[in-house]
Design a protein around this ligand. Sequence first.
Ligand code: SF4
Length: 176
Amino acid sequence: MFPETDLFSKVGFSGCGRISPADIKFYDEIRKICVDNRCRKYGSNYACPPAVGSVEECRQRCNSYKYAVVFNKIYLLEDSFDIEGMTAGSADFRRLCYVLQDRLKELPRYRILANGGCTRCAKCGYPDGAPCAFPDTAFHSVEGYGIVVSELAALAGLKYINGENTMTYFGMLLHD
Ligand code: SF4
């Protein structure tokens, strides 16, 4: 089935696993973390809550796709306080998601969920600007959907923690 799982390693991801969208669990409690706005993206991005809809709407959106692949990338840090390394890893993970997206043109319909809000435009149109510039292909936030990333990793047979001084980012491809 396209995409073959080896596409993810060719793109540069560390691992991946196929899951069924119906097996993903969604939690209103995780959405409350978004509302607390520790990441400062809440209410400022079409790819994050509340613009992505309620947790139930996110669940229904995920379940509207037939297939899902969870993928990750492990980044080495200098130490557990290496914020620069974490930021660079986060940006690189997003870059890899764009590389993946370029290889998905033959899919009839898909959605990539990635780490945090969308950073594609210099300034997101939400909440009071233009409509989303890329409504079908903007990367929505995994956590913003109410998904526990460690649970998602386990569902796909991937380790959430990958050793001392590492940071692992996760994304998910939903597709038909
Ligand atoms: S594509 Fe642009 S407008 Fe759409 S969510 Fe991303 S940053 Fe915002």
